[in-house]
Design a binder for this molecule. Sequence first.
Ligand code: B12
Ligand code: SF4
Length: 548
Amino acid sequence: MKTLITTLNSKFIHTSLSLRLLYVASYKEHDVDFKEYTIKDSLNHIVEDILSQNLDVVAFSCYIWNVEYIHEVCRMLKKRNPELIIVFGGPEVTYEASYFLNEYDVDYVITGEGEVAFPALLTALENHSHEHIFGVQTKDCIKNEIAVVDLDLVEKLDSPYTLPQDKENMSKRILYFESSRGCPFQCQYCLSSLEKGLRFFSQDYLDQQLEAICQSDVKTIKFLDRSFNAKADHAIHILDYIFKHYKPGQQYQFEINADVLHQRIIDFIRDNAPKNLLRFEVGIQSTYEPTNRAVKRIQNFERLSDVVKQLMNDGKCDLHLDLIAGLPYESFERFAQSFDDVFAFRAKELQLGFLKMLRGTSLRRDADDYGYTYQSYSPYEMIENKWLSAKDVENIHIAEDMLEKYWNSGRFVRTMNKVMDEQSSPFYFFYHLGVFYKDHGYKKMGYQLDELFYYLDSYLQREDFHELLILDYFSQFKVKPKKWYEPTLQQQERKDVIRHLCERYELDPELLFRYAIVEKLHRGYLVVIYKDYHCDMKIYNDGEVIEC
Ligand code: B12
Ligand code: SF4
């Protein structure tokens, strides 16, 4: 039976490991192929493309970001070809299979891990067998079963990481890699809390897979382990392998639970990690104890702070910290406090997510007790609860938008670090900036970069910040950009200044006249030379040359 395993990724750069695993689990015995679309693709195009392949079976990998699109695609597919057999699998459909079987145009839902159940279903379909397969659900037979696959079996399959189909594009995409499955923690809003047990791939298997990845052109490798540091020896083995074999230019990303990060791992990283190779995502979610207790997230913030500081200390690793707005017991004021506690680390990125009431989670089940209302469609984002009104949520969104634009974008590093030194509450800074944006009707989307600088400048209205903004702005470009501010020198003045600088600092007049932007700042003369797709920025002041 001609079968396609497919999904809609969130963006082109993302890849789906599940498709690749299902493919290597079934392609030797069955006529299967896999193909990825994105949620940005036209649904008509996806439907036409699927139909043009003359398939008997199409299997979708369903996640929170794509399930609404898959709903529509299946409706259109079944209308055009009622004979087409549709199979669903993935975390979104695993815990409420009956909902999807009743509401969607789907024939089979496979709940849990698919490497065994999926090829078994294809065999059954080919043989017209109706024998029950563990984890396979139909409208007439819904069982409370979640398939768990023995990882030894996955290790025996061909590698999902080095498929010939991926050779062409993987250098531009993220390679997702798993070294374990399951999570030892039980956060009540998270699907991983429902998985039983924590299982690890063997070191031999991991070394073999990593060897191929280290030799490949892939630039970004993201480990999918829910808690990479759950077992210190396992984590150190992997890090050691990567440190010894990585290809320059690669970055390896991990999700860690910082408060239980073993000191041995921290020391190992400090002593051995090359710079810029590692990026850690640290879920902090909230610093409010009653909130953490309510969602069963046991977290020692003191130890967590110590670990985050140690990891950031030598600037070797990029840190990405996560917070969730909308958890139980956390009011607007208390959320602002969590934000400020976490912002204080000044990590490169602070991601502020809004609670999603995921199908299957305890929090969704207990939603009424906490007074939650949430979107009835994915991503099921919370609208309000007993502690946070819909207006409060909207206001946190306002702050989040500014955080994304002015901190996480990394475009305002000089300015924002200085600005933040003076804030008693970073959260309220972002919030008030957002309110100012709104009052002035500034663009939230479809803006040019120079407009972002102009907007912040008009909010800050301070000369020292204005000058830092100019530096931040110029450092974003490799060719001369247009200016968003009033130039500090008139044409004739610019010429005089260049002549003076060339004389005093023995600079090349031709270079400056042709390629430089020159401004008079409080700290001296700023000279930014854009040549050969490169930006060189210096301040000249009283015989002193300052690199910036
Ligand atoms: C990568 C990732 C993303 C990427 C997207 C990647 C992409 N392809 O486009 C990004 C970063 C964009 C993302 C975003 C979000 N994510 Co996310 N993400 C993941 C992550 C880390 C990996 C998914 C993965 O590939 N796993 C590896 C595969 C092998 O495992 P698997 O998916 O479980 O697949 C197995 C089975 O489910 C089954 N299976 C899967 N598909 C199929 C298909 C068939 C036909 C069959 C038979 C079986 C089958 O077999 C597979 C092999 O055993 C998971 C957590 C995790 N570690 O799994 C969260 C996870 C999927 N994300 C989650 C969430 C909540 C989000 C966000 C809402 C978070 C937020 N910001 O609030 C957003 C959504 C954004 C949006 N637009 O709405 C939840 C999923 C909830 C859900 N119901 O889908 C997860 C599970 C995290 C969690 N523990 O709660 N995410
Ligand atoms: S939030 Fe992280 S630590 Fe908590 S259960 Fe989910 S994956 Fe595990």
